[in-house]
Design a protein around this ligand. Structure first.
Ligand SMILES: Cc1ncc(C[n+]2csc(CCOP(=O)(O)OP(=O)(O)O)c2C)c(N)n1
Length: 369
């Protein structure tokens, strides 16, 4: 393991022989720029947009939690604590790039173009939540841990073969890196130099399994070595660092060098999902409080306030706009026609197989009674 005292250089880390897995950080917990050399070129408007996105996401998290408790939403996997990791990485991605999210990656999906109403329908298990706009380059969130890594290798190879100048990006958690699919995905993409960005959001826990029993490997980024691709660890509570690393990874992949594995060090403040998990049964308050002090919103707020780019009024405006947007999207979702079994079956294949066609016929006959 590299313990070099040299300055970190993201370009130097983007090398399949890289063995330096020190965490890349640009902005510390106080909002100070500690690595100015790594600071990406960003206008004031772009910096403000980062904060706006994170506040929007935190509100979406809070409202989703409340709506779930009221029985007005179904499945929800909390995102608080992971805003910098999620929104910093998606900000480095272009509209024509393909996103393959996991169940916790709904904010990225919405930023990539999924209407919020559809995200709510998906949460409710409504087939309409899986019917995507034609121009949205994304798959619905994957529930099978790690499966999206294999699919991403295939999508990225497809983009390369078609000569598209785009990447495929995917996300899994620390637990996901123990799955066979994780290794198969990064290995296959590496051997074909497929333009993929594989993000591991290491939030410390896979439900109740802590990171330290997930693997004996000191970092998850170093899993890239076996696949012959670069692996980089980044401070996942620092939106500037996540953005800078993902942007460079995208350029590296598009230059024909193949995939990159990025490990974002972050934390899930809430429960695993709202389907019965109680984190107080497996982790203590001190750990949570330690991570709350690293909150990505706090440090960005401090940074922007110091620069004269953010105020309490501005934040309140963003909060109110987000609440209004969510309220309207829920009302819209409420208007969706009642769920039909035949809709699910029709959503399965472009051309239904003989047996699926038969089932569609049976269910439609029942539904039309
Ligand atoms: C193949 C598979 N095995 C088990 C599960 C059940 N399961 C759902 S989430 C989860 C933990 C995943 O943890 P991690 O990859 O760290 O992601 P996080 O939820 O923390 O974002 C497990 C085991 C599943 N969905 N798929």
């Amino acid at each position: 393991m590299a313990t070099k005292k040299t300055k970190i250089d993201i370009d130097a880390l983007l090398n399949p022989s890289n063995t330096d897995f020190r965490m890349v950080q640009i902005m510390d917990e106080e909002g100070k720029i500690v690595n100015p050399d790594l600071m990406p070129e960003l206008s004031d408007e772009e910096l403000v947009q980062f904060m706006t996105d994170m506040v929007w996401s935190r509100i979406l998290h809070e409202r989703s939690t409340a709506l779930n408790r009221q029985g007005r939403l179904g499945f929800y996997a909390p995102t608080a604590g992971q805003e910098a990791s999620q929104l910093g990485s998606i900000a480095a991605i272009e509209k024509e790039d393909v996103l393959l999210p996991g169940y916790r990656d709904v904010p990225q999906l919405i930023k990539h173009g999924l209407p919020l109403t559809k995200a709510f329908l998906w949460s409710r298990g409504h087939a309409g939540g899986n019917e995507y706009p034609e121009d949205l380059k994304a798959l619905p969130p994957q529930i099978i841990i790690g499966a999206q890594y294999v699919q991403t290798a295939g999508v990225a190879l497809g983009l390369k073969k078609r000569g598209n100048k785009n990447v495929a990006i995917t996300y899994t958690g620390d637990g996901g890196t123990s799955q066979g699919d994780f290794y198969e995905g990064i290995n296959f993409a590496g051997s074909y130099q497929a333009p993929a960005i594989f993000v591991i959001q290491n939030n410390g826990w896979a439900i109740s399994t802590p990171r330290h029993v997930q693997t004996a490997a000191p970092t998850l980024a170093q899993k890239a070595v076996a696949a012959g691709i670069p692996g980089i660890q980044v401070d996942g509570m620092d939106i500037l660092a996540v953005y800078a690393v993902t942007k460079k990874a995208r350029e590296y992949a598009l230059a024909g060098n193949g995939p990159v594995l990025i490990e974002t060090i972050c934390y899930r403040f809430g429960p695993h999902t709202l389907s019965g998990d109680d984190p107080t049964r497996y982790r203590d308050d001190a750990e949570l409080e330690g991570w709350q002090a690293k909150d990505p919103l706090i440090r960005m707020r401090k940074h922007l306030t110091e620069k004269g780019l953010w105020t309490e009024e501005k934040e309140n405006e963003v909060i109110e706009a987000a609440k209004e947007e969510i309220k309207e999207a829920v009302q819209e979702a409420d208007k969706a026609p009642k769920q039909k079994v035949s809709s699910f079956l029709k959503n399965m294949f472009e051309e239904p197989s003989f047996t699926t066609a038969e089932q569609i016929e049976i269910f439609e006959a029942k539904e039309n009674k």
